[in-house]
Design a protein around this ligand. Structure first.
Ligand SMILES: Nc1ncnc2c1ncn2[C@@H]1O[C@H](COP(=O)(O)OP(=O)(O)OP(=O)(O)O)[C@@H](O)[C@H]1O
Ligand SMILES: [Mg+2]
Length: 488
């Protein structure tokens, strides 16, 4: 691996980057470290200044620092150079005879939106600084140029350039991917996709909300896959499936003998996900005591294994998901508000399938193909009548239910086309007309039953049910208590 670094290169030997290389050797994995430095070494800088001395001084300095430097004596000459070669960083004199540095920046940006430019000005006034920043310059420096300051700025401009370039690449990849893994054409799913594209390359914590089976885990995996952490692990933890007493040891790990049954040291999921992404599924189901610990961990990025003294820091990106209404959980005292704000930095809500019916047919076709391949069946498609039935159905179990229905139909079908009969197990779409009620039923009983069915229809989300019933959430809670309606 070391062979990739031009060790004989004079620039490398004399540059402070080499010290950086040695210093970080202990902490960073070799590949990333060397590649980062390698890419820094090959950054290209375009210097445009009509003063020869200044140009030569800057060019000499930056090439000694390992940058590849080209210079031009006028803006016109710079445009010619830039037409032949591309640059990551520009160092432009603000005032030149043929064009201002700001105009040159605008011209070059048309072809290269990621170019980072540092303006150099003889007049360090607030107005020029403001003008430089407003026109999209990365920063500015006053003459006479302080070389330390220049080097700092050039490095930061280089970092910003690579970040932008990487984001663009990720977005391009995501765009190709849209048509394959996340199926859907509705405006709602397109919004979800654009949110994923925006948030994936960042390290921001994401809270994915949506009913069961809407694709929360799928979205979480895609966020990881299109992040800078994709080489790291994606560790999924189903918070609802771990017994309360074990949640902490599962997340944080434990030392040997930390509790009865802890026969050897166990590395927790947070530690396992270091350098990657941890996906806390059903985060709304975490016990309060664990919520406190999780909050501390998120704030300090440090924790101890159970029964351990050693502080462990984990470099983890957190993605969480829940089908619960966390606002209602907070109101009910079951979820910590401070943790909610920590998790809900960016929220991606996936609407239920019944609210994006345009996605049903593409999903049906996708799952028919997928299941046929898996089951080695030859089904050509679905009749229009069956499609109508599937589009009209309510899909309480969302995409997962749809996938299962298609698979079941393919297994059982004797024909090469799926028809209405193949979907006879679908529950009829609930009628909107008021069901007739027994004539001996009291108003209280009727109210209780109605509240129960509305709650059930909305996965026991208090705020959604309260909105449908047209009462305040507190009123609904009070009635649930009064009628002894438990949350499922
Ligand atoms: N838009 C989609 N395109 C293709 N497949 C999808 C889509 N949405 C969901 N799926 C598939 O549907 C199934 C259910 O999705 P997933 O497990 O991500 O849902 P979930 O929201 O995490 O559900 P739960 O809350 O029950 O855990 C998965 O097999 C997933 O790949
Ligand atoms: Mg899930």
């Amino acid at each position: 691996m070391t062979g990739r670094i031009p060790r004989n290169d004079k620039a490398f030997r004399t540059t402070p980057l080499r010290t950086a290389h040695i210093r970080c050797k202990k902490t960073l994995p070799a590949t990333t470290e060397l590649l980062t430095i390698y890419s820094m070494l090959s950054l290209r800088v375009l210097i445009v200044d009509d003063e020869e001395n200044q140009r030569e001084m800057l060019a000499g300095f930056l090439s000694r620092q390992g940058y590849k430097v080209s210079s031009a004596a006028s803006a016109e000459a710079a445009l010619e150079v830039a037409a032949q070669e591309s640059f990551e960083i520009g160092l432009f004199d603000m005032k030149m005879a043929d064009m201002t540095g700001l105009e040159l920046l605008q011209r070059l940006r048309q072809n290269d939106p990621e170019l980072q430019v540092i303006m150099i000005t003889a007049f360090g006034t607030v107005e020029t600084a403001v003008a430089a920043m407003q026109s999209g310059a990365f920063s500015y420096l006053c003459k006479p140029v302080n070389l330390d300051e220049l080097l700092q700025l050039v490095r930061r401009a280089g970092e910003k350039h690579s970040l932008l370039a990487e984001n663009r690449l990720l977005k391009e990849k995501l765009a190709q991917f849209e048509s394959t893994d996340i199926i859907g054409i509705s405006a709602e799913i397109k919004r979800v996709l654009s949110e994923i594209a925006r948030v994936a390359p960042t390290d921001a914590t994401v809270l994915i909300t949506g009913e069961s089976g809407t694709g929360k885990e799928l979205v979480a995996r895609i966020i990881h896959q299109y992040s800078r952490r994709r080489e790291g692990r994606f560790v999924a933890v189903n918070c609802a499936a771990i017994p309360e007493t074990l949640v902490e040891s599962e997340l944080l790990g434990h030392e040997k003998g930390a509790f009865t049954g802890a026969e050897k040291r166990r590395i927790g999921r947070f530690e396992l996900a270091s350098g990657g992404t941890i996906f806390l599924d059903e985060v709304g189901d975490l016990p309060l005591a664990v919520q406190v610990k999780l909050l501390r961990l998120l704030e300090e990025k440090k924790f101890e294994r159970l029964g351990g003294e050693e502080e462990i820091s984990a470099d983890v990106r957190l993605v969480a998901a829940t089908n619960r209404d966390l606002q209602a959980e907070i109101a009910g005292g079951r979820f910590r508000e401070d943790l909610y704000y920590r998790l809900n930095v960016v929220n991606i809500n996936i609407p239920p399938l019944r609210e994006r019916r345009d996605d049903i047919v593409p999903l049906v076709e996708h799952f028919v193909q997928q299941s046929c391949k898996r089951l080695s069946r030859q089904i050509k498609g679905v009749t229009p009548a069956a499609k109508d039935l599937l589009v009209a159905y309510g899909w309480p179990g969302n995409v997962r239910e749809l996938a299962n229905q298609i698979e079941r139909a393919i297994v059982l079908s004797r024909s090469t086309v799926l028809d209405v009969d193949d979907f006879s197990s679908l529950q009829p779409v609930p009628s909107r007309s008021v069901a007739t009620t027994p004539v001996d039923m009291s108003l209280r009983e009727l109210e209780k039953q109605h509240i129960e069915s509305v709650l059930r229809a909305h996965q026991y989300s208090i705020s959604k049910a309260a909105a449908v019933l047209g009462v305040h959430r507190n009123t609904l809670r009070q009635k649930m208590k009064e009628y002894n309606i438990a949350r499922k």
